[in-house]
Ligand binder design. Structure first.
Ligand code: ZN
Ligand code: ZN
Ligand code: FE
Length: 758
């Protein structure tokens, strides 16, 4: 006979953990108790030592899907005369763990019940249990308990109440528990927000979708705009109304087999698609698929995902859609709509009908987007299903708030060994996004109970997030350079300390010299950095306009290397009015509205424009994405040579020979695909050459890759490969986005360093 006390830390509350422990103990005829504590769950089990050992072995292995165990400690305690195994209820004054589970997909058991005509929840669109359903998006306050969620307004019926209170039931303390008799309902509204009475809301929605309509559908973290992905006209209509010209839409498919009809799905992708987080996964697209080309024009990849709410399953059960376009319910870059009337107000020009319900979404949370590269899933947008699971840190840190950048904003709060990254907040360039940003900061601070000691922000003086940070009085304010934050983010995710070689490649980040950086090689630790190498500065003629119109960047690079007269005769500017061109030349010459940039993103833009792929873009990074997509699949090692110039402080990466090479290839009618690959290969070569030189100088062997440019799989995989061949240890992002969505994590860690070292 032995008795062991076991403490389990991590996400173990509100995820069916205590009933699970109860079952595990009872099955082995063990006695004892389990209860929630501030750190997680505390267990005592007593019985024959073989049975207790078995219990301990099973405990982590068979934990419920939403549980995330970070630590288990076990020690012996004296046996007592317990007769059974008890679940002790949590007292109001017991401090509880602040780790809240994310929203996850409906589970198999619930689906089975929903499609069983004999079940009392037959076709009920809000079926859930302790293993599935909404969490983060319905939590108003902690502890995570029904009165503190948006389910508080629904009084459980006796049948639901009995499940909720029975420790052996799989709905024990399932906070959103509900049924036809007591829970939320769906309604169908017309384009003006008027209730369409009489009709079966789900059936009618399916009918409208089949007829080519656009439906706004309320989901877990916000509204989607949906249409039949096989219907070209419907997809075009949605594009026109949403003012989204070419940016790819994601497609929700009824099941894995359906995804395989239009995408190539390998084992890792299959696992990801089916995971409880149900992210959108970018997958190679098949030719001749039933999905309309307009869903993702000029793109060899397609974002696919599987249904994750009971309502999604009901929609697919009612009609044989090959797939439904499911895009965020918003107008261009505004935040996604969450409230019914807000949706009607903001989306009435976009949707023909609204499938709404009365379970309120407290906090919006977009779909997460993942891409596989180097055989590993990498977050492009870490949101629904992952937030608010923390990023686990190597060391204990003081509480800080980091407010991120401007585009793809996220915020980060630290506590203990946890860094909590917020959901995707979006581009902070309109009033709606800005208020969502403020709301997210407040809400996360409240539910995580974090009082930050400092606030970290980007150095760009005009970012909304920066200005907000500087308005917060009474907090220590710490400015962090953009690319330093990128590298620190990669270090934090990989639990690195000390100094590393950091490649930070992206579109835009404010430099300490006031110029726009983006092609940066840093020697960095959390405390600071040295700029070891960077792309040569060129003017960004017209500022923002040069970002929207990549041909301007091509002109900028060519003028920089070969002068104005040379550029005048190129086919690149054949369609540009002489006057426009002269204005452009004068702007660059005199430095009018032409900030200097070492941006890697703009270099990709210039090459894409010169190669004839993309003169103007209508979404962020479009030219760079299409340049990557153009790379042919056959093997070729040829590369344009980049040069390294020593400027006394570091190396300048010069592109003259690259552009000479491109112009020569263009005159020989080499394809855009080959030009693209030679450019990519050349960039990889020069980065590796820099790493080797830096290793000679500094003896550093660890390289961190960060910044949005590394979302380019060809570049990313090739750089990793070449660096590893050269004997470097390469560290990359996985859990945290390499782009600006991961910036706040790095800012937080830099701020922590400043707080803790004198
Ligand atoms: Zn379930
Ligand atoms: Zn009920
Ligand atoms: Fe960036």
């Amino acid at each position: 006979m032995v008795r062991k006390a076991i403490a389990v830390c991590g996400i173990v509350q509100g995820v069916g953990f205590r009933p699970y422990i109860h079952r595990l103990a009872v099955e082995r005829q063990l006695v004892g108790r389990v209860c929630n504590t501030a750190a997680g769950v505390s267990i005592e089990v007593q019985g024959p030592s073989a049975a207790v050992d078995d219990f301990l072995a099973r405990l982590p292995a068979e934990a419920p899907p939403l549980a995330r165990i970070t630590e288990i400690s076990v020690h012996d305690v004296p046996c007592n005369c317990d007769q059974d195994f008890q679940i002790l209820t949590t007292h109001r004054d017991t401090p509880v763990s602040t780790l809240i589970a994310p929203d996850v997909a409906v589970c198999e058991e619930c689906l089975h019940e929903m499609f069983d005509p004999g079940n009392r929840r037959y076709c009920y669109p809000f079926i859930n249990c302790t293993n599935c359903g909404p969490r983060f998006t319905i939590v108003r306050d902690i502890p995570y308990d029904r009165p503190f969620t948006t389910m508080a307004v629904f009084r459980m019926c006796p049948a639901c109440r009995a499940e909720y209170e029975d420790p052996r039931d799989r709905r024990f303390h399932a906070q959103p528990n509900a049924c036809w008799a007591c829970g939320p309902r769906v309604e169908l509204w017309d384009g003006e927000g008027k209730h369409i009475a009489g009709a079966d809301p789900v059936g009618e929605t399916i009918l409208r979708l089949q007829q080519g309509a656009v439906a706004a559908i309320k989901g877990l973290g916000g509204f989607h705009l949906a249409c039949d992905a096989a219907n070209v006209d419907a997809v075009r209509t949605l594009r026109e109304r949403k003012r989204r010209v070419e940016k790819p839409f994601a497609v929700m498919a009824p099941d894995l087999d359906a995804v395989e009809q239009f995408c190539v799905v390998d084992a890792t992708a299959r696992q990801l698609l089916r995971s409880v987080q149900r992210p959108i996964v970018l997958l190679p697209r098949r030719d001749n698929a039933a999905i309309a080309h307009e869903v993702a024009p000029f793109n060899r990849y397609l974002g696919a995902f599987l249904p994750y709410t009971p309502l999604h399953y009901l929609l697919f059960a009612g009609a044989p859609f090959a797939g439904l376009v499911m895009t965020s319910g918003n107008l261009s870059e505004e935040p996604i709509c969450i409230a019914n009337h807000e949706a009607v107000r903001r989306l009435r020009q976009l949707a023909d009908v609204f499938l709404v319900h009365n379970r309120d979404i407290l906090l919006r949370c977009d779909d997460s987007v993942v891409r596989l590269s180097g055989a590993r899933p990498r977050q492009l947008r870490r949101s629904r299903g992952f937030v608010p699971v923390p990023v686990f840190l190597r060391d204990e840190v003081p509480p800080v708030l980091a407010v991120g950048g401007e585009l793809k904003n996220t915020i980060c709060l630290t506590k203990g060994r946890h860094a909590f990254l917020s959901q995707h907040i979006g581009d902070l360039e309109n009033a709606e996004s800005y208020s969502f940003f403020k709301e997210a900061v407040e809400h996360l601070r409240r539910i995580l109970e974090i009082e930050p000691a400092a606030i970290a922000y980007d150095l760009h003086p005009n970012y909304f997030s920066t200005r907000w940070a500087l308005e917060q009085v009474g907090l220590r304010q710490i400015g962090v350079q953009h690319h330093h934050a990128h590298i620190a983010s990669c270090m934090a995710e990989n639990h690195l300390g000390g100094r590393v070689i950091g490649f930070a490649l992206d579109g835009t980040g404010y430099g300490t010299d006031g110029h726009i950086w983006g092609g940066e090689v840093l020697l960095a630790d959390y405390g600071g950095f040295e700029r070891a190498a960077h792309l040569a500065y060129v003017p960004l003629p017209g500022g923002e306009a040069a970002i929207r119109e990549p041909w301007r960047m091509a002109v900028s690079y060519l003028v920089h290397h070969f002068g104005c007269d040379f550029v005048r005769d190129l086919p690149l500017v054949a369609n540009v009015a002489e006057k426009t061109l002269n204005v452009l030349f004068r702007m660059m010459e005199q430095g009018i509205n032409s900030p200097l940039t070492s941006s890697c993103g703009r270099l990709f833009d210039a090459v894409a424009a010169l190669a004839g792929l993309r003169r103007e873009v209508n979404y962020e990074a479009q030219a760079a994405i299409e340049l990557e997509m153009a790379i042919p699949s056959y093997y070729d090692e040829s590369a344009y040579p980049f040069d390294l110039l020593d400027d006394g402080e570091g190396w300048i990466i010069d592109t003259r020979a690259v552009f000479e090479g491109i112009l020569r290839d263009l005159s020989r009618e080499v394809t855009a695909g080959d030009i693209s690959r030679r450019f990519h290969n050349g960039l990889v070569e020069v980065l590796c050459a820099i790493a080797v030189r830096l290793r000679e100088r500094s003896a550093l062997e660890r390289v961190c890759l960060s910044g949005g440019t590394f979302q380019n799989a060809y570049l990313f995989e090739r750089v990793c490969h070449r660096l590893r061949d050269a004997g470097f240890q390469v560290f990359t992002h996985g859990e945290v986005p390499a782009g600006d969505g991961g910036l706040s994590l790095g800012q937080a860690l830099v701020a922590v360093q400043r707080l803790t070292s004198p």
